[in-house]
Ligand binder design. Structure first.
Ligand code: GCV
Length: 713
């Protein structure tokens, strides 16, 4: 026996097994021991955790600071009632010690915070304070981030508050746990076991979201099922709300407009029918009995077959206002989506949301906020900003970004979206004047007290790494940071995320952020270069299908979007075409409307351009298209190389996972390139530019590829 034990000991010494190989579960809250020197610098400023208050959020702050500092410093600072030198004192002005400091909290609102190095009873301490304990919680996460990023914490004076009121995730999760456009496994909401069993993961979900300032979550798909509004489900929803509440996260639900018929036994869902309005009012009252701080409804109406007020000849505003009246007594909001288009409408799909909603400006109730996708089509790899931003000055508008990568290669393609979102948020709407960016439109209330907001379609599932890939966590993270402050730089956010997620070695950070920042242009190049869009294969949106022309809706077919013919390629949205440019402010319309000023990024979005058109590069359009496709593939190869070189600096399991995904991405980038060049080449009928290889197969080969089981459909 003794010999066996000795042998086992020797083997263990020779082959040390990592007890917990890193798998990405910890996200950016990956608290790892700091280097000794850094620990020595931090310890004198983390001698004790002190709070004079007690509420569930204050308890969560104590727990998070304890966990984080414990892991980073080797032992958690003790909780104390007195405030010794080096203590961290946290809470609100309800704490006598914090009140006595007379801190300038006035302008920080409900959710802002102040972190300051001060003296209490002559002893140096760090105070983390908010007007509410939620503000203090955000401050605590910021303080932890400072330490994760190796910032000095001896002379702190930071005041911050979120720029937008509603900072929400939208889950497109169905009640059977299938996630529409989800690539990270099943829904994390295990409805069947709720409310009896609440997966501890729900708490980690709340922690992660609170750490980046997200303060609300819509639990179910906008293509919604009315059952979520029935009593058994409301009990489950209430359980989640109870878990999220101490983290400042309110729950919202997608409401199916026809619910009064489906679960209420009414014959109609007409918003002007008093019985319907009464049904929704009673339903709202019931929801608030279960969830007293319920946030409100998100509605997809009269879009892609969903029911809505137009089924009864009523407008979007009439539908939204009826629901708004139901939640208004409880302080709830209605987020009404502007993502609408109709096959019956022969007009350019890119114009339809604007045409439908802009005339309704000023007719929505004041607790309605219209939720607009970042671009006028549908989360394409790159889109110009949506013309509704700035065009409805009397209506609160909130942004809808897509964090999950429906049109960007799903989870296996490394694509950092921080840069794309920054591009949109910084776009100049010229409404009402030059310099008014999309971010300005979002964060300027249309009247005192009007809601402001932003939503991101979540990329979260029950995969161990949450987002389906290690790098997709960065998109969740970046969304939260930009929701808090839409003027932050995508680059800075990427660097912070990299340091907290992969380790704080400057060479690592610069290589990883370099990959992330180039990744968006890479996917644009190998999928939809020069303003092309919606070239994806049918249904699942996975893989190329630029030839598809047989779908029942005209505006579901890639051929509709690229409009390639023997003369050229691109959708004419100028005055000679659909005139979608006219939906923008005049200076923007002029820029997008002229071949001379539109630029490469949106060229084929707005113009039908001859194949031999001379580009800024000096190449013809056809040659440029091929060069871009090859450039995209080459960029993925460069990412592979950069990542391979990082192997010695990264834990084996996560490194391997990313390497494997990059290999898949390279294969698929090549597939996109080959299929698109084979197809567009068959129309352009021009030779490939010198040095660019012909696709290895003929067009029929690419057309025959099927993916019936692609996820997220
Ligand atoms: C939830 C696109 C997606 C749909 C999605 C829709 C929407 O069309 O493909 O899956 O439906 O957008 O945003 O409502």
């Amino acid at each position: 026996m003794r010999l066996i034990a000795l042998l086992a000991f020797a083997i263990a010494l020779l082959f040390p097994v990592r007890v917990s190989a890193e798998d990405g579960y910890d996200l950016w809250l990956r608290y790892r021991a700091l280097e000794a020197g850094q620990q020595d610098r931090i310890r004198p400023h983390a001698t004790a955790l002190v709070s004079e208050e007690s509420d569930p959020t204050i308890d969560r702050i104590a727990a998070e600071l304890g966990t984080a500092l414990g892991a980073m410093l080797g032992a958690p600072p003790p909780a104390r009632r007195d405030a010794p030198a080096g203590a961290i004192v946290f809470g609100t002005p309800k704490s006598p010690r914090i009140a006595a400091l007379g801190l300038p909290l006035g302008k920080l609102g409900r959710e802002g915070y102040l972190i300051r190095s001060v003296a209490i009873d002559g002893k140096p301490v760090t105070v983390i304070a908010g007007n509410t304990s939620i503000g203090a919680l955000y401050g605590a996460f910021r303080f932890i981030r400072l330490i994760q990023l190796g910032e000095p914490i001896d002379r702190l004076d930071i005041a911050d508050r979120p720029r937008l009121d509603l900072r929400l995730l939208n889950h497109w999760d169905n009640l059977d746990r299938h996630v529409e456009r989800g690539y990270a496994g099943q829904s994390i909401w295990d409805w069947q076991k709720l409310p009896g069993f609440a997966d501890p993961r729900y708490t980690d979900y709340a922690r992660a979201n609170a750490s980046i300032g997200i303060n609300g979550t819509v639990l179910n798909n906008v293509n919604s099922n009315a059952d979520i509004l029935t009593e058994p489900f409301l009990k489950k929803v209430a359980k989640l709300a109870d878990i999220f509440r101490p983290y400042g996260i309110r729950v919202y639900l997608s409401a199916r407009f026809s619910a009064p018929i489906e679960i209420g036994g009414l014959k109609t869902a007409d918003p002007l029918d008093p019985e319907v309005a009464a049904w929704w009012k009673a339903k709202a009252d019931e929801i608030y009995r279960h969830v007293p701080d319920f946030g409100g409804f998100l509605v997809k109406a009269n879009s892609e077959g969903q029911p809505g007020p137009q089924d009864y000849g009523r407008s979007h505003a009439e539908g939204a206002n009826m629901l708004a009246a139901a939640v208004r007594p409880h302080g709830g909001v209605v987020m009404w989506r502007a993502f609408v288009y109709a096959n019956e409408n022969p007009d350019d799909r890119a114009k339809q949301a604007y045409s439908e909603f802009q005339p309704l400006d000023g007719t929505f109730a004041d607790n309605v906020i219209v939720q607009v996708k970042n671009g006028p089509i549908d989360f394409q790899p790159r889109e110009p900003f949506h013309p509704l931003f700035g065009a409805m000055p009397k209506t609160p508008l909130m942004m809808e970004f897509q964090i999950t990568k429906e049109y960007l290669g799903f989870a296996t393609h490394l694509v950092y979206l921080g840069g794309l979102w920054e591009e949109v948020l910084r776009a100049d709407t010229h409404r009402p004047r030059a310099g008014t960016t999309v971010a300005d439109v979002l964060d300027t209330p249309v009247r005192a007290g009007a809601p402001t907001g932003i939503a991101g379609v979540a990329n979260i599932g029950n995969d161990r790494n949450w987002s389906g890939s290690q790098f997709d966590q960065a998109n969740w993270y970046a969304f939260g940071r930009l929701a808090w402050n839409p003027d932050e730089s995508g680059h800075a956010i990427a660097a912070d995320w990299s340091r907290m997620t992969w380790g704080d070695d400057p060479a690592l950070t610069s290589a990883i952020t370099g990959m992330m920042l180039r990744s968006h242009q890479a996917v644009v190049d190998y999928m939809t270069p020069l303003g092309l869009n919606h070239l994806m294969a049918t249904g699942h949106h996975y893989g190329p299908g630029p030839w598809v022309d047989d779908l029942p809706r005209r505006d579901w077919n890639p051929t509709y979007f690229h409009d390639a013919d023997a003369a050229g390629i691109g959708f004419d949205r100028t005055r000679t075409g659909s005139n979608a440019v006219a939906q923008y402010a005049a200076p923007v319309a002029r820029r997008f409307g002229s071949l001379a000023t539109v630029g490469d990024d949106y060229l084929l979005w707005f113009h039908h351009v001859p194949w031999d058109h001379r580009m800024a590069s000096g190449r013809t359009l056809w040659d440029e298209l091929v060069v871009r496709y090859d450039r995209g593939v080459a960029e993925v190869a460069a990412m592979q190389q950069a990542w391979a070189a990082l192997a010695p600096k990264i834990d084996a399991r996560r490194h391997r996972e990313v390497s494997d995904f990059l290999a898949i991405q390279r294969e698929e980038a090549k597939w996109w390139r080959d299929a698109c060049i084979a197809y567009f080449g068959s129309i352009a009928k021009r030779p490939l530019p010198a040095g660019h290889a012909a696709p290895p197969h003929d067009l029929q080969y690419y057309k025959a590829i099927r993916h019936p089981y692609a996820p997220g459909n």
